[in-house]
Design a protein around this ligand. Structure first.
Ligand code: ZN
Length: 304
């Protein structure tokens, strides 16, 4: 028996300058910074979480800033970009907003496509589908806000193998070009037999995490992956959720993360992202960690 997959939990990427990244996702795209913490595997680097007002799983986009790193080369082993859902009537608003921020975009089949400051391909897709809740202090008015991650595109030399994982084990259903999971979020496979291997760096999508409801379902997944010949990590306590990691058949890093305990486990829901939160194992090193991290200015008040 294996556990359930509900949909996308979060997408984690690597950026260069933390302040540039923070300004772009909060001031231009209007997301909320819902957690300011460190990379649990390397506490000298930040881990910034953006999302809806509550940091609901499925709305989360997270970044590890590595200002001294090299630029990424997207390819096998990574992801090619992600799409946010926007309300159906919000396309004109977003085109104007991107223009005001001097951001070049293209329109493809009703979707708006541009690159973030580190070169990650981002799409805005007008759709009736949404998860997540409006953020009252966003720089974007409620009726136009980005609410959640709709889709991630991954490259594959042999698409069938990844399609089998999605259809047989994630219970995803093919709709048009996309594999749609239970909560409506999607994976798109870009099949290309000649796709070169990518390498990490700023602008790379490090992994895609998928929602599972609880620890028991995650345990079932762990057993299933082990018995199916995948190399899978033990359960990692990420404070806000519990995670296991494995590489899918075309080598993109997948994570299966529990919906809980959630972003409010270590700070008040009204003040998410304002203070540096550290997991218990690093709390005694707080002073040293704070000194090693660059200061971050959390955006100007909302402009309407
Ligand atoms: Zn993750």
């Amino acid at each position: 028996m294996k556990g359930k997959i509900l949909g996308i939990h979060h997408v984690t990427a690597i950026c260069g300058d933390a302040q540039t990244n923070l300004d772009f996702y909060t001031q231009v795209l209007g997301l909320r910074l819902v957690k300011k913490t460190v990379n649990f595997d390397d506490p000298t680097a930040y881990h910034l979480y953006f999302g809806d007002t509550a940091g609901t799983p499925g709305t989360l986009l997270t970044f590890f800033p590595y200002p001294d790193g090299r630029s990424a080369q997207p390819g096998i082993g990574g992801a090619l970009g992600f799409a946010f859902a926007i309300p159906e009537s919000a396309a004109e608003y977003w085109k104007q907003r991107l223009t005001q921020h001097n951001l070049r975009f293209e329109e493809k089949g009703g979707e708006i496509e541009f690159k973030d400051p580190d070169g990650i391909q981002v799409q805005l897709v007008p759709t009736r589908w949404q998860r997540g809740e409006a953020y009252g202090d966003s720089t974007v008015p409620t009726e136009f806000q980005i609410r959640s991650i709709l889709r991630v595109t991954i490259p594959a030399r042999d698409a069938t193998k990844t399609e089998n994982l999605l259809s047989q084990h994630f219970q995803a259903v093919k709709q048009g070009e996309d594999w749609v999971m239970e909560d409506g979020s999607r994976i798109r496979i870009h099949a290309d037999e000649a796709m070169p291997f990518g390498h990490g760096g700023h602008g790379s999508i490090h992994h895609i995490a998928f929602r599972t409801p609880n620890d028991a379902e995650q345990e079932a997944w762990l057993e299933f992956l082990q018995t199916s010949g995948y190399r899978v990590s033990p359960v990692m306590d990420r404070n806000y959720f519990h995670s296991i990691y494995f590489r899918e058949p075309n080598n993109t890093l997948f994570e299966i993360a529990t919906d809980g305990p959630g972003m409010a486990i270590d700070e008040d829901a009204a003040h998410l992202g304002e203070a540096l939160r550290l997991p218990a194992q690093y709390e005694s090193h707080r002073e040293l960690i704070e000194r090693s991290l660059p200061p971050l200015r959390i955006g100007a008040p909302a402009k309407r």
